[in-house]
Ligand binder design. Structure first.
Ligand code: PXP
Length: 254
């Protein structure tokens, strides 16, 4: 892993959730991307879901223009639905994070199931198509930190695995012992490093639960969304991102 400050990806999906709740044109995801990048975000993350419950097709285009203007990466989260794959190809993000998607879920529950052969083949086909169609695109897979799943992941031409930290975040919020997660993440990181695959983290993280992860020096990138948008209601997006960035800056990777 490279030394330096871990990257902070700001997921702005829930700005669009608020907009879609009323069918208005505000709040603006373009403004949210801009404010995040002006205040220390290293990349913008958006999830174009099949059901379009928050981010819309036109948001992908609009946010892409902002990230390009700032010279920062766009990280597009997506399932492997063929229509979404075509949109990804047209929007040429720097990063794509492939996630599982169920229509009835509130949020992305759990990582990709790579142990199911049919699923593995669908993901493999999508990864190969995206790599062949978008110059220099980097691809991550959203996975649980389970060794048998990671072993299948490294068979694919991927650049990173984003570990699903949702369970860790819940246990942390309850004030319970999280050491078993940290150990599991360390083993995952060692394994991935030996295959030259980077280790990212995301889901359910807050300014507090991210700290033990930052201290563990495991992850080179974090994608955080829901907590940031909720905190912004009280503190504003600019200050929320700025403060989180300061926490990251205080924890360089050793
Ligand atoms: N990473 C991935 C792959 C996700 O699917 C999500 C949720 O969209 C996040 C990170 C951000 O999670 P949260 O909104 O809970 O911070």
């Amino acid at each position: 892993m490279n030394s330096g400050i871990p990257r902070l990806g700001i997921n702005i999906d829930h700005v669009a959730t608020l907009r879609q709740a009323r069918g208005e044109e505000y709040p603006s995801v373009v403004d949210a991307a801009q404010v995040s990048l002006l205040n220390g975000a290293d990349q913008i993350t958006i999830h174009l879901r099949e059901d379009r419950r928050h981010i819309q097709d036109y948001d992908v285009e609009a946010v892409r223009l902002v990230t390009k203007r700032f010279g920062k990466p766009l990280n597009l989260e997506m399932g492997v639905n063929p229509e979404i794959v075509e949109i990804a190809i047209a929007s040429t993000p720097e990063w794509i994070c492939i996630v599982p998607e169920k229509r009835e879920e509130k949020t992305t529950e759990g990582g990709l199931d790579l142990l199911d052969d049919n699923n593995f083949i669908r993901i493999e086909d999508a990864v190969k198509k995206l790599k062949a169609s978008i110059k220099d695109v980097k691809i991550s897979l959203f996975l649980e930190a389970k060794m048998e799943t990671l072993a299948r992941a490294v068979e694919l031409p991927i650049d990173a695995v984003e570990i699903h930290t949702g369970e860790f975040a819940k246990v942390f919020a309850n004030g319970d012992d999280t050491s078993q997660f940290i150990e599991q993440y360390k083993s995952a990181h060692e394994f991935l490093k030996s295959h030259k695959v980077a280790c990212h983290a995301g889901h359910g993280l807050t300014d507090e639960s991210v700290v033990p992860l930052l201290e563990s020096n495991i992850f080179e990138e974090y994608n955080i969304g829901h907590w940031i948008i909720c905190q912004s209601l009280f503190k504003g997006l600019a200050d929320t991102v700025k403060n989180l960035k300061a926490t990251f800056d205080a924890h360089p990777i050793k």
